[in-house]
Ligand binder design. Structure first.
Ligand code: C2O
Ligand code: CU
Length: 472
């Protein structure tokens, strides 16, 4: 039986090629050529014992290839669908041209089996982003379809090495294969979502990532799990770490909190890390969201003499992205959003496809969550917003579960918690709203089009927690 506990008990890690070596300008996607991404079934060495798991992958890999581009540069990606069901690609966190947002049924028809779809866009912001399907995401992402999208800063950031840290929790069966029998389980859909039992980083079990003593690293961390909020920590004598960006957007460098780095599904964090451990040592990174401390990855410090004896001064902030400078809160358009439903919630009835259903019928339909009494995506938007207007979404989580709320095409900041004004909050594209809490977010609707607002716990999204706004 594969359990998270067994993961704890396993011994030495396998050697992985998980780093992107300096110099930073390798493998840029380039202005003038097409990148082909083929989504298709494949095998992946998820397990530490050399066994292979049948997955769905981009270009034969899970995570798929990391795409690196310069800010403002045109990216051309041709999606080839080698699956037996339709698919699409969403470029998560990119303030993108709406037609390229990849939302099946809203901004495009999905690519049919054997078909293609061409994505041509540019990224206005530098930072760590990612891509994933937006068609049956709850299945396609659980099977391994996702990858990093890195938008370079205009000038290099002073680090010796970049490390990708793409964390997933898979649900595997006793044979080490994806537990297909539980896809669509109403137990998952009405509770916390599909939680996994097998943790990977960069598609590997406890990868060993080579580093050098004295180096300064940039870690690009993303939680690609369907539903689990993950948290990572390490021994502070071995590393020092600052968080320098969240969801791709720079923040004032902040020393990593003593309880580690917590990432809800879809959230990212960029860390700047100094390797303090002497040559020949190793630095385990633990997943600490449960009561167990699971080794997620291990930094193997080479025997080479330290690169420097004294760590450099605390990192400078990353260069700012061209986000709207000012939120006009006093005349903002306020959208109330009551989140209801799920197990142990009080929802009695909700509207689904125009008809009022009681909770029994909702469960029978597999639709158990609602925004403002309405289940799932509707033909009309939740709100129509004039271009340039400041919007406040006032969320009340009247459920027994946390929700990772994600807005497409914009970044927002939290402006109120529990009815109290908060300031200085980071720009984000995904915010974890805890059970019973009220959180208001604000953004300038400066990107025209149809934009989703949904829970990134993918089973909640599929079971009703999805709406959209129209900016015109
Ligand atoms: Cu990461 Cu609507 O998605
Ligand atoms: Cu949710």
């Amino acid at each position: 039986m594969i359990t998270r506990r067994r993961l704890l008990a396993t011994g030495t890690a396998s050697v992985a090629t998980a780093t992107t070596a300096w110099p930073w300008r390798e493998a840029l996607a380039g202005n003038d050529h097409w990148i082909d991404l083929t989504a298709a079934p494949d095998k992946a060495p998820l397990l530490e014992d050399g066994g292979e798991t049948s997955v769905w992958a981009y270009n034969g890999k899970t995570p798929g290839p990391t795409l690196r581009v310069r800010r403002g540069e045109t990216i051309r990606v041709r999606l080839h669908n080698g699956l037996e069901q339709p698919t699409s690609i969403h470029w998560h966190g990119i303030r993108i041209d709406n037609a390229m947002d990849g939302v099946s049924g809203l901004t495009q028809d999905p690519a049919p089996p054997g078909g293609t779809f061409d994505y041509v866009f540019s990224a206005p912001d530098s930072g760590s982003f990612w891509y994933h399907p937006h068609h049956r995401s709850w299945e396609q992402m659980a099977r391994g379809l996702y990858g990093l999208l890195i938008v370079e800063e205009d000038a290099p950031v002073m680090v010796e090495r970049e490390i990708e840290f793409v964390a997933d929790d898979w649900r595997l069966n006793d044979q080490g294969q994806i537990d297909e029998a539980s896809f669509g389980s109403m137990m998952d859909w009405s509770h916390q979502g599909r939680l996994g039992n097998w943790l990977t980083v960069n598609g590997l079990t406890e990868p060993a990532i080579p580093v050098r003593s004295g180096e300064r690293l940039r870690l690009r961390c993303v939680n690609v799990a369907n539903a689990r909020t993950l948290a990572f920590d390490f021994d502070r004598d071995q590393l020092s770490a600052w968080v320098v960006a969240l969801d791709g957007q720079p923040i004032v460098p902040t020393e990593l909190a003593s309880d580690g780095l917590r990432l809800a599904p879809a959230q990212r964090a960029d860390l700047i890390v100094d390797v303090l451990e002497p040559p020949g040592g190793s630095i385990p990174i633990y997943e600490v969201s449960t009561r167990e401390r699971i080794q997620a990855a291990i930094l193997m410090v080479s025997a080479t003499a330290p690169l420097r004896q004294v760590p450099p001064p605390a990192p400078d902030p990353l260069p700012a992205n061209p986000l709207p400078q000012k939120l006009s809160l006093h005349d903002a358009q306020v959208i109330p959003l009551l989140m209801e439903g799920g197990a142990m919630g009080g929802m009695r009835e909700a509207r689904y496809q125009g008809a009022m259903l009681d909770i029994g019928d909702l469960v029978a339909t597999g639709k158990v969550w609602a925004f403002n009494g309405i289940v799932g995506r509707t033909a009309d938007p939740l709100a129509r917003i004039p271009l340039g207007r400041t919007v406040v979404i006032d969320m009340i989580n009247d459920t027994a579960w946390p929700h990772a709320m994600h807005l497409h095409g914009h970044h927002f900041r939290v402006v109120e918690r529990g009815g109290k004004t908060v300031t200085g909050t980071p720009w984000r594209d995904t915010e974890l709203v805890e059970r019973g809490k009220r959180v208001s977010i604000a953004f300038v609707a400066d990107n025209p089009g149809k934009w989703l607002f949904h829970c990134h716990m993918l089973e909640h999204q599929a079971a009703g927690m999805i709406a959209w706004i129209e900016v015109a």
